[in-house]
Design a protein around this ligand. Structure first.
Ligand SMILES: Nc1ncnc2c1ncn2[C@@H]1O[C@H](COP(=O)(O)OP(=O)(O)OP(=O)(O)O)[C@@H](O)[C@H]1O
Length: 239
């Protein structure tokens, strides 16, 4: 497979194990610039492992990981972040004893343009609640507010590619919708590329340009939103 220029991210034949237990089995995945690509699949098929592998959190993987024309497989996580990959982990990982503002400052550490200031106005336009709670402890925010903070924190790094691991998990519908609008805006107005791991089918369908369905560490189905059979896709997800 050739790496085409329109692909921001390309994984080829990626294999990952936790100790003796192999989780990704020759995974191929491509993410086109300026699109939202979504990985779906049942619990435990390797979705989070895929995102962690892209971030380098599990060390070097077998196979190749190419980002914006460069092999990043051997790079440390912070270099991948500084290179333009933002990551919103499952469970959000907000620092509870730091304020909203201080949590955002952590995101600034990874800024690819070495920006010294949080783009507060931009962030608060996207997530007005964070302005109101600017000096509140992260731990005192609701799950949905923490999720917005986690996305905002990743955006402080000015990423060109944003990875999100189940951003709707355990969050109320009104905030899910706000998050969806922000992701759409980031792609439409800022040319960002998004790789999403998602379990909520309707949310995914609303946002996604291209789907990958994983099963036991392999892609079992893929296709553009416009072309893929949604009933078939749904059938892969139901238990
Ligand atoms: N740190 C770890 N050590 C050992 N095994 C792990 C570890 N993390 C995940 N696994 C196992 O690897 C497999 C894939 O896990 P992963 O979290 O990538 O799946 P997932 O598709 O994201 O699932 P979920 O939807 O439940 O988050 C599972 O069998 C899981 O138990």
């Amino acid at each position: 497979m050739e790496n085409s220029k329109e692909n921001t991210l390309s994984l080829q034949n990626v294999e990952v194990s936790y100790g003796e237990s192999q989780v990704l089995w020759g995974l191929d995945l491509e993410v086109k610039k300026g699109t939202i690509t979504t990985i779906m699949g049942r619990n435990g098929v390797g979705k989070s492992t895929t995102l962690k592998t892209i971030m380098g959190l599990l060390g070097e993987a077998k196979g190749s990981i190419n980002f914006e024309g460069e092999d990043i497989n051997k790079k440390q996580t912070y270099k991948r972040v500084r290179g333009g990959i933002g990551y919103v982990p499952q469970g959000r990982e907000i620092l509870p004893k730091l304020t909203v503002y201080e949590n955002l400052q952590i995101g600034l550490e990874g800024n690819i343009n070495k920006k010294a200031e949080i783009p507060e106005e931009e962030i608060y336009t996207m997530f007005p609640i964070l302005k109101e709670f600017r000096n509140r402890m992260g731990g005192n925010l609701s799950g949905g507010q923490q999720q917005q903070l986690a996305i905002a924190r990743a955006l402080c790094g000015d990423p060109t590619l944003l990875l999100l691991d189940e951003p709707t998990e355990g969050i109320q519908p009104s905030i899910i919708q706000e998050i969806g609008e922000v992701l759409k805006m980031l792609v439409r107005d800022k040319g960002m590329t998004v790789l999403l791991v998602e379990q909520k089918f309707d949310f995914a369908k609303y946002l996604t340009d291209y789907f990958y369905i994983l099963d036991r560490g392999r892609v079992i189905k893929e296709g553009a939103s416009k072309e893929i059979d949604m009933d078939e896709l749904r059938s892969y997800l139901s238990v």
